[in-house]
Design a protein around this ligand. Structure first.
Ligand code: PHE
Length: 460
């Protein structure tokens, strides 16, 4: 059976919303959002982030889902179908590469979570409330080359297995169960966190905006995080959209996914940032932040060990429902365009991702050279995660907005959205956002990124 006949549709609208949310909700919300917020000054960043989600991310998500449903293809095939023989297919190519690289470093962090699940279950954190002890444990853990590489490989293989087995039904089911439990656990954890002695300073940091902290770097970080968290700019939502039926209301589905994703990220902030203040840690700790905070937080709760095990398990499931949606893009490309078998495509992509993941896994202390690149003043992980998390997704989203806004046309998109008796009430506003607001804002911010970060990084 070919991939296309094999495609099927989501079992219901709620089915797609759950799957879309499964892709969107992941480490981006629980691990990345709190530490990026911490690094970018707190509340003002959160406000800008929310604006980015609803004014730019949401319209781009509608665009991607519409393109996907229209053509039922991977990003390269989609551009090929709608703009045959044009260079737009390279945008699809960028998606495939971006997906592969994100998959590689994302799996490193997911591997850390697997390691932390084990440590929690084995009782390593029992009665451990001293913040400096959690820090030492974290540093020792991430600088051990064997365990981090092994855990990363494990996670890549797990994702490969799920993708190989066929995606839809599994993801939909897992997400359906996972999401509600995740929300409940996050709420309980947030309550514990905000009631810790000394948490109020963290709450103020998170809720009381200091607008003087706004600068271009913060705006870029907010925009990049919005695309990352909503799984936009690399074809995931194009691919997921290809499973939607003509009866599905794309704008409503997109609105649900955006709202849900944002709520979870905001909740994660309530869990982490007040606890950071209560434990006297620095908001700017970076990628290690949640790993240094959560174990002490569990230590402060009755039944914390069980709670911790449950929570890390949920994060792992949330991460898998995201990595599956990342890996599916390069795999669909190989299967649809290059006629590879699913098995070979999955195996090949996982292998490349693993090779790429090794330097990322070693860049947090295991190998000195990677952890502090000579002349660049930062580590390999940070560079690769911002080039292929923020910049590349932002570029990809810009191209999607330009393509739908100016090449394919918003009128055709509207027609597709309204194909079966659905009215797209906000079509005019959407068209304005996708043609003007998104491309202009994104171009300006990308220009700053190139000037201030990329150029400086490589050319001094
Ligand atoms: N949105 C996912 C998360 O927040 C990550 C992701 C990025 C998934 C890009 C697909 C595409 O964890």
């Amino acid at each position: 059976m070919t991939e296309n006949q094999d495609r099927g549709a989501w079992s219901s609208r709620i089915g797609f919303i759950m799957a879309g949310a499964g892709s969107a909700v992941g480490l981006g919300n629980i691990w990345r959002f709190p530490y990026i917020t911490g690094e970018n000054g707190g509340a003002a960043f959160v406000l800008i982030y929310i604006l980015c989600i609803f004014l730019i991310g949401f319209p781009v998500m509608i665009a991607e889902l519409t393109l996907g449903r229209k053509t039922a293809k991977n990003p390269v095939g989609m551009f090929h179908a709608l703009a045959p023989g044009s260079p737009w297919k390279y945008v699809g190519g960028l998606s495939v590469i971006t997906g592969l690289v994100i998959f590689s470093w994302y799996s490193v962090i997911a591997g850390w979570v697997v390691g932390y699940l084990y440590k929690t279950a084995a009782g390593h954190f029992n009665n451990l409330t001293d913040p400096s002890a959690t820090e030492t444990i974290f540093r020792d853990f991430v600088s051990n080359p064997f365990s981090v590489i092994l855990l990363t490989a494990f996670f890549i293989a797990l994702t490969g297995y799920v993708v190989f087995k066929g995606v839809k039904s599994g993801i939909e089911k897992w997400s359906r169960v996972l999401m509600p439990i995740l929300v409940v656990l996050l709420i309980l954890l947030a309550i514990r966190s905000v009631t810790l002695p000394g948490a109020s300073e963290g709450l103020i940091f998170y809720l009381k905006p200091d607008f003087s902290a706004i600068n271009t770097n913060m705006l870029i970080a907010a925009l990049g995080q919005a695309f990352f968290s909503l799984s936009l700019g690399m074809g995931t939502m194009i691919t997921y959209g290809s499973y939607l039926s003509k009866k599905d209301n794309i704008p409503t589905a997109a609105a649900w996914v955006c709202t849900f994703d944002t709520l979870i990220a905001i909740l994660a902030g309530f869990v982490i940032l007040p606890a950071v203040a209560a434990m006297g840690k620095a908001y700017t700790e970076g990628p290690g932040l949640i790993f240094q905070v959560l174990p002490s937080l569990f230590g402060e709760m009755p039944g914390g060990q069980i709670f911790g095990v449950g929570f890390f398990m949920l994060i792992i499931i949330a991460a898998i429902t995201s990595t599956v949606s990342i890996l599916i893009v390069p795999v669909a490309y190989m299967v649809d365009e290059k006629k590879w078998s699913r098995r070979n495509a999955v195996g090949f992509m996982c292998l490349i991702a693993f090779v790429l993941s090794v330097p990322a896994a070693l860049a947090n202390g295991a190998v000195g050279f990677l952890s502090s690149l000579p002349g660049l003043g930062t580590d390999y992980f940070t560079i690769i995660s911002s080039l292929f998390g923020d910049v590349s997704l932002t570029l990809g989203s810009l191209f999607i907005a330009l393509f739908v806004g100016w090449k394919w046309s918003t009128a055709k998109a509207k027609e597709e959205i309204e194909s079966e008796g659905i009215t797209f009430g906000l079509a005019k506003q959407w068209s304005f956002l996708i043609r003007f607001v998104a491309p202009i804002t994104v171009s300006i911010l990308l220009g700053y990124t190139f000037r201030d970060n990329i150029w400086k990084l490589f050319f001094g």
